[in-house]
Design a protein around this ligand. Structure first.
Ligand code: ADP
Ligand code: ZN
Length: 222
């Protein structure tokens, strides 16, 4: 299955992509996670990307597109992938078309997760992440078992630098002006399913799995 998850920051794309990746045994390709990995390893790419990310701006295509192309060319993407956070502009969607054409593969579905801006701001400002394994928590809605520590690996949770209120607002503006138009671009090209993000993670997950025709129970087996 070759999937793209679209939606504003904070709708839960990353969480759903992680679950789909496990249930379908396909790689989860998150450009945000890739950038954060580069930043924590102080690579040149990471240092360059950080300047944009901290301001809530998009990282330029010169950096982003090559990174995604390299990833999609790897062997483990042969049988499918779930793209999360890419494409983020129509320009990137066109680049992706070209990358996939060169690899001779086609997208199966675009899943668009929706949520009100007001709810998004609430979610993002309470979000905490594990810098080690990328697990995502929320101080009220999904607290870790031990306060401030990751359930999976025990690492101290952190707030993302770009989850500050003023940066969140900037990211939402960027989403509405640059990323939302991608839906129009895909309208006649790929099947698009719109799914409203629910406060309860399980409800959203059920909706996503239903849309894909994947048995929700396969998740418990992971
Ligand atoms: P969110 O969806 O919550 O904004 P991500 O982890 O997907 O979080 O992205 C974090 C930041 O990384 C974005 O605000 C942007 O600066 C940068 N980024 C991620 N993906 C892309 C992309 N495809 N193109 C440009 N910048 C990106
Ligand atoms: Zn962890």
């Amino acid at each position: 299955m070759r999937l793209i998850l679209l939606g504003a920051p904070g709708v839960g794309k990353g969480t759903q992509a992680t679950l789909l990746s496990k249930a379908l045994s396909i790689p989860h390709i998150s450009t945000g996670d890739m950038f954060r990995y580069h930043i924590s390893n102080n690579t040149d790419l990471g240092m360059e990307a950080k300047q944009y990310i901290d301001k809530g701006m998009l990282v330029p295509d010169e950096i982003t597109v090559g990174m995604v192309a390299d990833r999609l060319k790897q062997q483990d993407c042969r049988n499918g992938f779930v793209l999360d956070g890419f494409p983020r502009t129509i320009q990137q969607a066109k680049f992706l078309d070209k990358i996939l054409k060169d690899l001779n593969i086609q997208l199966d579905m675009v899943i668009n997760i929706t949520l009100d801006d007001r709810e998004i701001i609430k979610r993002l400002s309470g979000r905490r992440i594990c810098p080690q394994c990328s697990a995502v928590y929320h101080i009220e809605d999904k607290p870790p078992k031990n306060e401030g520590l990751c359930d999976n690996c025990g690492t101290g949770l952190v707030q993302r630098g770009d989850d500050k209120e003023e940066t969140i607002i900037k990211r939402l503006q960027v989403y509405h002006s640059q990323s939302e138009p991608i839906l129009e671009y895909y309208k006649d090209k790929v099947k698009i399913v719109n799914i409203e993000s629910h406060k309860l993670l399980e409800v959203t997950t059920k909706r996503v799995f239903e849309a894909l025709g994947v048995d929700y129970k396969t998740l418990n087996a992971c």
